[in-house]
Design a protein around this ligand. Structure first.
Ligand SMILES: Cc1ncc(COP(=O)(O)O)c(C=O)c1O
Length: 440
């Protein structure tokens, strides 16, 4: 449904909540000014209602979580049903069978589906915890501490994940407490090909260059793994050439490195395939998933090939890596319900169709301020010839029209479009028309 606005944006109840945050929340967390933010009260499908009764169209799926739609009925039912019985278990001591079922399901949908044997899982809460579980696993499996990661990458903000952050903004203030085990390499990409492959060609000679850079990094220090997003999300929806993951797989095999895919953003049909690596048929050694896994509960997973995961010693009663809420039953129930829908081939096909429709509409906006429209499935972006501040003003103007948009990229010059999968033609066309107006 299209936006419906009743009061000024932000309305009085949002402004009151903002005032409380200004007083009581750490001032670095929520960005507050006279025009931003609105405070959410409820949501359904592609729509969000704020505390002042305004209805918005959510182009973000709330950071890529609600691909199946906000408050997806099957997921909500699973949550309500579980909430009536048990809210919390003892994750690594006396867990619930839901945890076992989720690990089994994740294995079936990843390594078993890829014909690579069984997958074993470490569950966590936030996405960055899945990345850190993968980093720890890589060390135990290779005894080599170095990790190759990529410029522009975002893997979360815990200290392990910060170490492999490709954006100095997040890393630098805390550099003194980091360990310097990462080698950052350029992430290859080139301009998109309207009407052609969703994956661009890449700059001339990128393959030889990247392979030589990896060879040099491996010669310089003991590297155990390559960690990579199949498409960079927060880094600005950067799509690499189709041959990128196959090249990394080949080089990893040649050097005996583990390939860790961070599919926290790209996974679970966001790109029109269950995982983005399915587009190239590359099987990783470790895979990180979170966000859309539960459709709205903090639960993440690091799933790995059995032989790699078995580098962890057998638990003798005190786990080396665990947390209080590990395998929380509410999250597991929601994940199982979400995966049921994600596993249907028609879900991926629907995302591919919607993604093409969205890109066509955004490419129809005629403006010299648009540099590129790109993306795979419903991980789509417009890159602007505007600075971050100007684009921020556009985002605020869109909010007043009932559109929830999010900037991305290190310069904030990209608008990401990662809507719930059921975004309708009318909603796409309305949004494209509004953006065209802002740019005219
Ligand atoms: C690719 C990727 N990895 C990791 C993370 C971190 O996830 P979380 O914020 O749940 O820790 C994100 C979050 O945006 C992400 O996009």
């Amino acid at each position: 449904m299209l936006p419906e606005l009743h009061t000024s944006i932000p309305g009085p109840r949002s402004r009151e909540a903002a005032e409380a945050l200004r007083r009581y929340e750490s001032r670095n967390v929520t960005y507050l000014d006279a025009e931003f933010p609105v405070f959410w009260e409820r949501a359904a499908g592609v729509n969000v209602w704020d505390v002042d009764g305004n209805r918005f169209l959510d182009w973000t799926s709330a950071f890529g979580v609600a691909g199946l739609g906000h408050t997806a009925p099957a997921v909500r039912e699973a949550l309500v049903d579980q909430a009536g019985r048990l809210l919390h278990g003892m994750g690594d001591v006396h867990p619930t069978p839901l945890k076992a079922r989720l690990c089994e399901r994740l294995s079936a949908l990843t390594f078993e589906r890829w014909g690579a044997g069984r997958g074993k899982t470490i569950l966590g809460n936030s996405g960055f915890e899945a990345v850190e579980a993968a980093l720890k696993t890589a060390l135990l499996a290779t005894w080599k501490p170095g990790v190759i990661a990529f410029e522009g990458a975002y893997h979360g903000l815990g200290y392990g994940a910060l170490e492999v952050a490709g954006t100095p903004y997040f890393r630098e203030p805390f550099h003194a407490q980091l360990k310097d085990f990462a080698t950052l390499l350029p992430y290859p990409h080139g301009p998109s090909i309207p009407g052609g492959d969703e994956f661009p060609d890449g700059p001339e000679g990128w393959e030889e260059r990247l392979e030589a850079q990896i060879d040099a990094a491996v010669a310089a220090k003991p590297i155990g793994a390559i960690l990579v997003e199949p498409i960079q999300g927060r880094g600005g929806e950067i799509v690499p050439p189709r041959g990128f993951l196959p090249l990394l797989r080949r080089v990893c095999d040649r050097h005996g490195l583990l390939l860790i895919l961070d599919e926290i953003y790209t996974g679970l049909n966001r790109t029109g395939a269950l995982f983005a690596c399915d587009h190239s048929g590359v099987v990783p050694d470790l895979l990180c998933t979170a966000k859309a896994l539960t459709s709205g509960f903090p639960l993440s997973a690091c799933v790995g090939r059995e032989a790699v995961m078995d580098a962890w010693p057998l638990s003798q009663g005190e786990a080396l890596h665990t947390s209080t809420f590990l395998g929380n039953p509410l999250g597991c129930a929601m994940a199982l319900a979400s995966l049921e829908i994600h596993a249907r081939p028609e879900t991926a096909a629907h995302v591919r169709e919607r993604g093409e429709r969205l890109k066509a509409a955004l490419r129809g906006i005629a403006s010299p301020l648009i540099k590129d429209v790109r993306g795979v499935g419903l991980l789509v972006a417009i890159e602007f010839a505007l600075d971050g501040l100007a684009l921020n003003n556009l985002v605020k103007r869109a909010l007043r029209d009932g559109l929830i948009l999010l900037q991305s990229g290190p310069r904030g010059d990209v608008l990401g479009f990662t809507p719930p999968f059921d975004i309708a033609d009318l909603e796409i066309d309305f949004t494209a028309e509004r953006i065209a107006t802002y740019l005219s």
